[in-house]
Ligand binder design. Sequence first.
Ligand SMILES: [Zn+2]
Length: 177
Amino acid sequence: MRRMPPTRFVTDASLAEVARRLRQFGFDVELHRGARLEELLEAASRDGRTVLTRSARRPKRWAAVAMLQVGGADPAAAVRAVVAAAEPSGGPLSRCSHCNHPLRVRSPFEAHGEVPGRVARRGGPLWSCTGCGQWFWLGTHTEKLREWFEGVLGRPVAWPESPPPPAPHRPPIAPAP
Ligand SMILES: [Zn+2]
């Protein structure tokens, strides 16, 4: 366990891809499309957030507001820099990558009609977004995501668990002749 309190960010559309990745990792990242740096600083000051920005500019008026500058060209490098400097609000797959609201664990019963039947029947964790209603489940897409983060960070990443596969069927033991 690391020692920092979680850092909540606010950023603009120039880091939209980085914001999406950070949310998938569990960071709270609000996106203000088209906002100027001063507007981000004002929002950060109001909500107790840290400005995540590509800008090296630092208006004097907002000197007290926390800022983290990252490059925008390489999302992997930016994610690595943020993970090194800040603590996420939750684990991977705890926030919606589209709208940043927290995800809520749902039962297969509630998922009926919302996710593909094979996903509901398989069991295992299911989530829906408390903001936009989008459903999430573990699959090859989340496995790829985990591999992406592990490649970028160069270490294993704790990930929500899939249920164990069903025990193999054992044929009855044939009576000895
Ligand atoms: Zn959402």
